[in-house]
Write a protein that binds this ligand. Structure first.
Ligand SMILES: *Cc1c(COP(=O)(O)O)cnc(C)c1O
Length: 374
């Protein structure tokens, strides 16, 4: 029986080791970096489970570092933050049809509204005053109400007084990651027009907000009253203008090591043949855990203080790395990515290897990877 138990343990240890974090310190550092560049208030955007880092943990750390607002894309995400004891103002946008106005108001959650139809629905549904931010289409044709529809939007808002309370105007920059102020001019102008229309219609005071991380870091004209920081909070600067601090470390362990001769095929399809006698380490993480299957040349992990390249295809549960002259015993920790640079690959490097953006690397870390806060 004992042997069987050991076998079961072996299977379990194929799962990646904990995704260890230096999260609160990194988040606090990133909030401070944003703070020094703006007079606006800071909203920590913790949608998609805090960009894969854990919404409650990221929210707590951001609030602890002085973020005044929290942002999500679903009332359920907001309620989870309330249940975790967070009392800061929360805004939810991109809400699905049928958003529960009563629940939102009961939990003190502000709702962003991007169409006349949505506002009409909320006016009907709300039973106590629901705080609403009118969401302008600033040039993306995603969520957001085109400026042409604002007269009607404001008419509905006036009729709905007492049921909906207009407290904010929001937009989103179409060239959010360009870091080029000229790219934002049209959106800034439209924001001002929308704000002025809302004020003329007799609403106010208003919280006006347009910028996400890139705008907050590169273009003060986009800051208005509040900046919404998601990627930046977890250490990703889409504008690549300043160095932020990575908030997660993804580790896994060596599950198998071997020495192989030159000409040995590795993995599915034998797409890689060793060119010399070398050591291999199998690491227990694969695309089910968030390792992009699309990675090209250069992808590597850190083991024993050095980088070792991935060889062969990424499998669902494992990757193989070429460790050269070194052989690492089973159980050795490999770091997939982390904040320390040097031998440890960064999230940004993984994004380049996979031809994607860093956001997708952190938000796709799989469900079976244990999360722990360091
Ligand atoms: C996701 C999101 C943000 C945060 O963007 P980052 O670039 O991750 O900071 C801000 N505003 C809106 C409307 C969003 O959907």
């Amino acid at each position: 029986m004992t042997a069987l138990l050991a076998a079961e343990r072996t299977t379990l240890s194929l799962l990646p080791a904990p995704l260890l974090r230096t999260l609160p310190a990194a988040v606090a550092e990133n909030v401070r970096r944003v703070r020094v560049g703006t007079d606006a208030r800071i909203m920590a955007v913790v949608k998609a489970d805090g960009y894969g880092h854990g919404a409650v943990a990221v929210a707590r750390a951001a609030v602890g570092a002085g973020a005044e607002w929290l942002g999500v894309t679903d009332v359920a995400e907001a309620v989870a933050l309330r249940e975790a004891g967070l009392t800061e103002p929360i805004l939810s946008w991109l809400n699905p049809a049928g958003v529960d106005a009563v629940e939102a108001a009961a939990h003190g959650v502000d709702i962003a509204v991007g169409s006349v139809e949505e506002l009409r629905r909320l006016v009907v549904d709300a039973d106590s005053p629901l705080r609403v931010h009118l969401h302008l289409d600033t040039g993306m044709s995603r969520e957001g109400c085109p400026l042409d529809d604002w007269p009607e939007l404001l008419r509905v808002a006036r009729q709905g007084r007492g049921r909906v309370e207009i407290v904010g105007v929001m937009g989103h920059l179409p060239c959010a990651d360009e870091g080029d102020p000229r790219a934002n001019e049209a959106a800034v102008l439209r924001m001002r027009q929308a704000r002025d229309a809302v004020l003329r219609a007799g609403f106010g005071p208003l919280l006006v907000h347009l910028a996400a991380t890139a705008g907050a870091l590169t273009d003060p004209a986009t800051h208005f009253d509040l900046v919404r920081i998601g990627a930046g909070i977890v250490g990703i600067d889409p504008s690549e203008s300043i160095a932020l601090t990575g908030a997660s470390r993804f580790t896994a362990s060596v599950v198998h090591s071997s020495s192989v001769p030159a000409g040995t095929p590795i993995g599915y399809g034998g797409t890689h043949l060793t060119t010399r006698p070398t050591g291999l380490a199998v690491i227990g993480v694969g695309y089910a855990d968030g390792i992009p299957r699309e990675v090209g040349e250069g992808a590597s992990v850190e083991i024993g203080g050095a980088r070792h390249p991935l060889v062969g295809r990424v499998s669902m549960d494992q990757i193989v790395v070429d460790t050269g002259d070194a052989l690492f015993p089973r159980g050795t920790t490999a770091t997939v990515f982390g904040p320390e640079a040097g031998a440890v690959p960064s999230v940004q490097e993984w994004a380049r290897w996979a031809g994607t953006i860093p956001h997708t690397i952190v938000t796709r870390v799989g469900a079976r990877v244990q999360r722990s806060i360091a």
